[in-house]
Ligand binder design. Structure first.
Ligand code: G
Ligand code: G
Ligand code: MN
Ligand code: NA
Length: 256
């Protein structure tokens, strides 16, 4: 089982990995972005998914060093892809932030340092936060979001619609993007309620000039429906799985 001790050892032994799931603009063959997703490669056990250790890391505070490591890794990797492959010249990266990271007083300074060290332009980094993080302490949240925005990074609301959604924070907070939770995408073609929710989120995002990404796209029917509804960005197993960095180039269309 995963314990604080085993997680500390994993960090010391360099067993964490970052995989990248491409995000596509519908109709374009090369991804416009990638989402960084941490994994733990345990010897003898194999890949441990983040659900099995991120909550523990949050609880014991290890999410701060782990999150910083993921951020540094991801920025460095994406800066390299942008420089080395013409198909990825405009690539962006999104990194997930948990509540504890978001509340960390050194977050903004750390991100500024990582951006500078990696050479990645700030507008190419997106931070994904969930709705529950936003509701924690509204004034502190707003101050942090504005400081991050001042750096030039992009802000996304992840798993939109599944938390304690309050539409008022779309108005109050400087958000750039909404990610439609994959549970809604899953029912898009078969469930009238899911269709209505997805339609409403896309309509809201487009009317407010926010970008909107559909997550968890697994079928052609879902993708077609999303395009008809005016969604322009998508990620999911239909398009590409989370992928180790050395296999990302193989997902791209032929060069030229
Ligand atoms: O990668 P997977 O597909 O299994 O992700 C499961 C959950 O773990 C998702 O909610 C995702 O946001 C979260 N997660 C993945 N990578 C990171 C990370 O680097 N930091 C944080 N805080 N959460 C992550
Ligand atoms: O909470 P967050 O959106 O960050 O979670 C991303 C998670 O979703 C990762 O665990 C990733 O592996 C998973 N994921 C990505 N695409 C799909 C998909 O098409 N179907 C399913 N079921 N999960 C997906
Ligand atoms: Mn995410
Ligand atoms: Na999500």
């Amino acid at each position: 089982v995963e314990t604080e001790q085993s997680l500390r050892r994993a960090i010391a032994r360099d067993e964490l990995r970052v995989h990248y799931q491409p995000v596509y603009r519908l109709g374009q063959p090369s991804p416009v972005g990638v989402e960084a997703l941490v994994r733990w490669e345990r010897p003898d056990v194999g890949m441990v998914p983040p659900d099995r250790f991120i909550p523990l890391a949050e609880e014991v505070g290890l999410i701060i060093p782990i999150g910083l490591w993921v951020l540094r890794r991801a920025c460095r990797q994406v800066a390299r892809w942008r420089a080395e492959d013409p198909r990825l010249a405009d690539l962006r990266v999104s990194v997930n932030l948990s509540a504890r990271q978001f509340g960390d007083a050194s977050l903004v300074a750390s991100i500024a340092t990582v951006l500078e060290a990696s050479g990645l332009p700030a507008e190419c980094l997106g931070l994904e936060i969930t709705e529950s993080v936003l509701l924690d302490d509204i004034d502190a949240t707003e101050a942090t979001l504005r400081a991050l925005r001042a750096l030039g990074v992009r802000l996304s609301i992840d798993d939109f619609g599944t938390g304690y959604s309050s539409l008022s924070y779309l108005k109050r907070f400087p958000v750039d993007e909404i990610k439609i939770d994959r549970s809604f995408t899953a029912g898009l073609v078969t469930d009238r309620a899911d269709l209505a929710i997805v339609q409403a989120i896309i309509g809201l995002a487009n009317a407010m000039d926010l970008e909107v990404v559909a997550e968890g796209v697994e079928t052609d029917e879902q993708l077609t429906r999303l395009a008809e509804l005016g969604c322009r960005l998508a990620q999911g197993y239909l398009l590409a799985h989370p992928t180790p960095p050395d296999q990302v180039i193989a997902l791209l269309p032929p060069e030229g």
